[in-house]
Ligand binder design. Sequence first.
Ligand SMILES: Cc1ncc(COP(=O)(O)O)c(C=O)c1O
Length: 370
Amino acid sequence: MVEHVPFTEIYVDDDVVDRTESVVRSRRYVQGPELDQFEAEFADEFEVEHAAGVSSGTAALSLAFRACGVGRGDDVLLPAHTFFATASSAMNLGANPVFVDVDPETYTIDVDDLARKADRADDPAAVVPVHIYGQPADMDAVQAIADDHDMAVVEDACQAHGARYDGEMVGSIGDVGCFSFYPSKNMTVGGDGGMVVTDDDDIDAAVRRLRNQGRTPNGDHVDLGLNYRLDEFKAAFGREHLSHVTEWGRMRRENAHRYDERLADVAAVETPTVRDDRTHVYHLYEIQADDRDELRSFLSDRGVETGIHYPQALHQHPAVRRRDDDLPTLPTVERLVDRIVSLPMHPWLTEAETAHVCDAIEAFYRGESP
Ligand SMILES: Cc1ncc(COP(=O)(O)O)c(C=O)c1O
């Protein structure tokens, strides 16, 4: 079976084991030297002033919103093609999600629809460009619209470790960037974890307080924070993965190019479009496919596992619909959710495996039986 998000392929070598074992022996399990080092190395690798480790990507988003002053009644503009946490992290603070359609080729936020929705919003406080599947959103246009409306730019880079927009690392472009280390991501900490990155000293200080019960370094509790800390085991694990993540992004791109070349002539399939000014890190390799569900079942019979990550647009989920009777119509995202499918993607896919996947796709559209 060629798996599509293979947890069995998560990289664990002797260095990972030795480093986490050394944490056990150190008897220092939270807020210790591994976290300090992980944060410093992450900031260095991702070309940003500050990095603060937190307990998940969802926690990262929630703390980033709070640090930017987003709260009850504020409008947060975000694409409707993303993971639920992009919206729920804002909604849990009492903010209103304003759902924006996506670009039909890159699947990132549609900046024309964003401009329209920002003009119409009552109290636009933040916009969330999501670098979905590992491709950067159109950051210049997003930033220009944010500037016009005095909105914070909170980048959701949870799927885009090491992706670049016009040479700049995603996460470092807006006011604040959020990463997830959930085990299926391009790098993990061996469990849940996240990182908030920023060049802004005040945002960084607020995130550090809020992740630790609103506590300042001198021990005063000045905000109502929570416990969103990242522990030493995970920081130690994450340091090892961080040292490989750029190389793994390159390996993912090589695999993607093999798919691109082989599938270019399959008329029923649309491979990912990558804009010239963007470096994609292919957290997932998505195609649009005619007869998608039949294709998936054919591929499964031929030993190829595929995935559908977002079977519904975000604004169609019950938890969102309950809050808002007047839901928008978002034609692109509503069409995409019926056509998109994830092919197997990880750094160690072999040429034989990508060839097997493409052979099977071609066989399906030739009308062969499984
Ligand atoms: C786009 C996006 N945003 C937010 C999250 C939330 O991250 P986590 O699962 O680490 O809380 C994820 C990860 O699943 C994601 O893919």
